[in-house]
Design a protein around this ligand. Sequence first.
Ligand code: CP
Ligand code: NVA
Length: 309
Amino acid sequence: MSLRHFLHLSDVGGEGIAHILNEAMERKERRAGWPRGKPDADKPLEGHVLAMIFERNSTRTRLSFDMAMRQLGGTTIVIDGGSSQLGRGETIADTARVVSRYVDAIMVRTDHHDKAELLAEHSDVPVINGLTDLSHPCQLLADMQTVIERRAKLAGSRWAWLGDGNNVCNSVIEAASLMHFGLAVACPNGFEPDVAMCAMASTRDDIYFTDNPREAIEGAEVVLTDTWISMGQEDGEYRNEAFAPFQVNEALMAFAAPGATFLHCLPAHRGEEVTDAVIDGPQSAVWDEAENRLHAQKALLLWALGKLD
Ligand code: CP
Ligand code: NVA
């Protein structure tokens, strides 16, 4: 069997994603009421170790992968850019060759997507993309799980993305292409998503792009946004003016479908891309979304390690 890298959602495909989401929801259900501090009853990854390489900050990704491995009976090792030899210039290829001699899988969060590709190319174990400048596929597994929980189905549902055409936005487009849900992406001019990701959606007339946030959100059942300044863009204060009309506030949410679900990958910049009233309001599913990172990644790890077909 070839290595099951997960750099893009398309590495799993639509059917594979559906299978992973089912497994995630089943495991979540089985875990309900389970005593804290105990691994899952079956411990399918007992003895397995996941190395987690971080060249960017993280709270959710780090904790959810760590807890996912622990609950599945495995363990993790964190390698951060600052204290490892990566920080002193050891190449990604050599790092991949060495790390994959020790561990069973690698999760990487890094700045340039090419680095994740290079890591996978030179690794003897599966490599999982835990966010790059191009995409954040793990986030979308959790987002899709949250939408299924709230709205019962993905196919045919209508999503709207408002704000920066960033890594998370790119993965939303990929998810819509693979899982057949409708998507309107509204970004200011000059902040559009990746051209190749958009090309994936070019055959679909229910995925479209606009610079008009009101047009995008009209009738949407799922509304998503993210920070206007992603990691590595910290000199981007000038962006706030261009993005102001894209703020998800109560006035804009009023144009979404009644009972629309609000999602945000977090961390949120309250008062910028989203107001307190929306993120803390009844339509917000952000805490379930964050929790679902754990459940979705448990299923993803099982898939990557050949324990789930
Ligand atoms: N959403 C997400 O990936 O959060 P972290 O940056 O905290 O990992
Ligand atoms: N777009 C954000 C996502 C953080 C999880 C970033 O890259 O910083």
